[in-house]
Design a protein around this ligand. Sequence first.
Ligand code: AMP
Ligand code: MN
Ligand code: MN
Length: 337
Amino acid sequence: MSEALSIPEAAALLLEQKRILILTHERPDGDAIGSSFGMREFLRESCGCEVDVVLPTPPPTRYLELIGDYKTTLTPEEVAGYNLILLLDCANRERIACGPAVDPVLLPELSGTPMLNVDHHGGNNVNARWNLVVPRAAAASQLAAQIAIATELQIPKRAATLWLLGIVTDTGAFRFSNTLGNTLRVTADLLDNGADLERVVNAAYYSKPLNQQHFETELLETQEKLAFDGRYIYAYIPDELFAKHNFDMRDGEGVIDLLREVAGTKVVALYYRKGDSFKVSLRSKDQRYPVGPLARSLGGGGHEMAAGITLREMDHNQVEALLLEKVAALLGDREQD
Ligand code: AMP
Ligand code: MN
Ligand code: MN
């Protein structure tokens, strides 16, 4: 049985719990981190709940000082010891980060612990026991904050700061078209509750290690390619470039924005090898050319303006050709402008 909840219903459900396990998506970004650790802070401090966040792989380095300690491993027996699994910012079960000992697809069914799925991805197909999926929310952190506001309990400053981090990073600091009036209203509430904007902005945008700056400079100089009169810009990151600068995409959330900032580009793509497949990130700068349908047509997903794909059994030249073909069709649907 799967049931859609409203924000007040999700708030009431959380207040009934004693032990909550918080999970998010693999390769956690600012919103995954912010929504999860903000909820942990709020549920611990204001609701007296016992709460753990599990991150089987390390989060981006620049967020470490904002989050504190966390669990890195999880067994099926441990899952069974919680009253509720709270899943945040994760659109499908395959992407739940729960470590090698637990099957993410069968997680609630095998453990007997019900799951509440709180997310803002339109295509969310987690089908948990309870679901709060709001595509108009700019970030899962916005939903987490709205749940906390609905409880009318105190919002600790640290929770407000973490949720602000998620909202700021998923909106590109309020530059992307997912920034709506309500995004700003929730943000205002978080600031009123003491959210530390300076800390968030410093962590998200002014904490780049020098090796990353050198990695990005070489990436742009050697790999940036333009197609369709510059309306499409893309870059392939070879393994050697990661190795040369000792850089890991764990810290690469903002790299694709270097392509997006160029004048005239509508669609950008960044791709690199990950194990035996390729990880592709896509962004659109113009709502007439959404990358969501393109990603879904190749088995990927995400939002309309920010999406991703995992491509298997291809080399990087084939990935390049496939994306060129798909982007040509996307841009070609419209008159040039
Ligand atoms: P990223 O490019 O990894 O920052 O992801 C952009 C958006 O696309 C996020 O909302 C992700 O959840 C989603 N996404 C990324 N990769 C995949 C994938 N392989 N399958 C489905 N959705 C993805
Ligand atoms: Mn995310
Ligand atoms: Mn998000």
